[in-house]
Ligand binder design. Structure first.
Ligand code: SF4
Length: 284
């Protein structure tokens, strides 16, 4: 295990020298997020142009060695709770476990063992008597939410103080093609999102940035607001929106064309979303 101190800019997935589990000091949550990377092969079914995964390739998660994952998660949480890691590696003021986060180098729900992974997290939480306040977060592009097994995993997560962060960067087919490099109808996105909301508390996570110096257009904003407005009118209530810009450099070929937006720009869009009565958390 490296003894480098962790900071909010040190997101090195190898920093705990484990296969699946890695710690992140999260600027969003103000504490330690215990990440689980199921996509150790850097494979995702999308290719977002801002994606920070190096050597990203199209595909799904490999077969998960559940025994190794369970040993790693149990061991690392135990170290956080009872060992020296917090004091020696985590900056003061952030020395708390905020969440266990299924996130990583690809789409976590593409793992065939997704349901078993949630059951494993439940077991480990229980064995270590992890405080109920520690969340279980799934960071997902939402594209596989139509699968019964994924929905079951989300229902199980809901019992573990679960939270889904469902990616919605643009709300038009052309916008998703441009930003996420994926062909997907907005009807399909809507169905997947409704399924997520029905299974587990769900936040929208939206990355808003400039491309070739131009921020998203007014039409992009209107498409987004129309999509969210229709969802709410039909009685599907997400928890809110996590609106952020580029925190770390893209590892995709488009990287030189991308730039972060000023906070005021994000806030102006957030103000439009807030008119629906939705909570919006802005992270520049
Ligand atoms: S969904 Fe996530 S992991 Fe997949 S390409 Fe987009 S940002 Fe990268």
């Amino acid at each position: 295990m490296s003894d480098k101190p962790l900071s909010t800019i040190n997101h090195d997935r190898d920093s705990a020298a484990l296969r699946y589990v890695y710690p992140v000091v999260s600027r969003r949550s103000g504490g330690v997020s215990v990440g689980i990377n199921l996509n150790t092969n850097n494979a995702c079914n999308w290719r977002c142009i801002y994606c920070q995964v190096p050597d990203l390739k199209r595909g799904t998660a490999p077969t998960i060695d559940l025994a190794v994952l369970e040993i790693e998660l149990h061991g690392f949480l135990n170290e956080l709770l009872h060992g020296d890691f917090m004091r020696s590696r985590v900056p003061e003021g952030l020395q708390r476990i905020n969440d266990i986060a299924l996130s990583g180098n690809g789409e976590p729900t593409s793992a065939g063992e997704f349901v078993q992974v949630i059951a494993l997290i439940a077991r480990v939480r229980n064995e270590l008597a992890l405080p109920a306040a520690v969340k279980t977060v799934l960071i997902t592009n939402g594209s596989l939410l139509y699968r019964n097994s994924v929905q079951q995993g989300l229902r199980d997560m809901a019992k573990l103080n679960g939270e889904v962060w469902f990616k919605l960067d643009r709300a038009s087919e052309a916008g998703m093609q441009l930003v996420n490099d994926i062909h997907m109808s907005m009807g399909k996105v809507r169905d997947n999102l409704i399924a997520a909301i029905a299974c587990c508390p769900t936040w929208l996570q939206t990355c808003w940035f400039a491309l070739d110096g131009a921020p998203p257009s007014r039409q992009d904003e209107d498409d987004y607001l129309e999509f969210v407005g229709a969802l709410l009118r039909d009685g599907h209530q997400p928890q809110g929106v996590l609106l952020y810009s580029l925190a770390r450099p893209s590892m995709q070929a488009e990287a030189p064309r991308l730039s972060a937006l000023p906070t005021e720009h994000l806030q102006a869009f957030a103000d439009r979303i807030c008119k629906f009565g939705l909570a919006v958390k802005v992270t520049p």
